[in-house]
Design a protein around this ligand. Sequence first.
Ligand SMILES: NC(=O)c1ccc[n+]([C@@H]2O[C@H](COP(=O)([O-])OP(=O)(O)OC[C@H]3O[C@@H](n4cnc5c(N)ncnc54)[C@H](OP(=O)(O)O)[C@@H]3O)[C@@H](O)[C@H]2O)c1
Length: 286
Amino acid sequence: MTRPVVHVHGCGRAARSVLRWLLDNDQVEVGQVCNRSLDSAAEAVEFMGAGRPVEELDHEITGGWLLLGLPDGELDGLARGLACRMPGQPELAFHLSGSTSATVLEPLGTPIASVHPVRAFSDPAQAVAGMSGTWFVAEGLPETCAQLEPIFTGAGGRWLTLGGGDKALYHAATVVASNYLVTLTQLARNLATRAGLESESAAELLGHLQATTLAGLEGLTPAQALTGPIERGDLTACTRLVEAVDQSDPTAGRLFRTLALATLDLAIEKRGPKPSDPPLRQLLSR
Ligand SMILES: NC(=O)c1ccc[n+]([C@@H]2O[C@H](COP(=O)([O-])OP(=O)(O)OC[C@H]3O[C@@H](n4cnc5c(N)ncnc54)[C@H](OP(=O)(O)O)[C@@H]3O)[C@@H](O)[C@H]2O)c1
């Protein structure tokens, strides 16, 4: 099988992790690698074990694939800038953003797509080790997505196409599911340590609770999986919790009450209304 040669403009955490994983699974070759600095491009090449660091992409990108692994804010300007001084004609171009449309690459005048890896890349080496089974959400020209799909699924990824959907809302969904889970973990750990638990024990205890909650969600709707004082309609317990969090940290208190209101809606969906719901809503809306 002839493997596509991928040239990279912007080979940071996400691009170098994805490419290293595709290389490890014999799906691609890596050609030119261009970052803001040559040192950084050389570092990316060393991490991937393939590619050639360059200061500027050159005509040899013709016929290869061009990956723009830049931060979202840079994609538009760079695609426009590159369009004026495009050194060659790649077969296709794609980026990795979950919120920016593939159309940002239109100025390049080549078939375009975006492939969003649905995972975090804070530590590239760790990310590469856990890439198998990662979801990739694609949008752009159907034929370009179809060219990219077998490379990603062939390496062991899972593929989904976002055809004509609202990309920003899709990205918001992933932010809530992933980033906010991290924020909520910090909030829970803070409350537990303020309650007097030692921080390592708090992290272990809450981590186990989170893992079992996520496992319990499999095959159920969130409403079906919901338990706790709000689901039980226990006004006394809820009042005690809200007052304790408010006293501990007013900012955390506001977040706690906002999430409790959303949880109350979910509880009503599950068990129907209870007489305690109106006073509970009043308490949470304060
Ligand atoms: N990080 C994640 O968890 C994650 C997950 C999914 C998708 N993504 C997507 O992946 C894309 C890249 O994010 P990232 O986190 O990998 O960013 P990053 O680690 O900051 O890497 C960005 C890279 O782009 C290079 N760069 C920036 N401006 C440039 C320019 N004008 N010319 C050439 N190179 C330039 C930087 O070069 P220097 O090293 O020289 O500064 C850096 O290597 C974004 O679209 C993001 O939404 C990221």
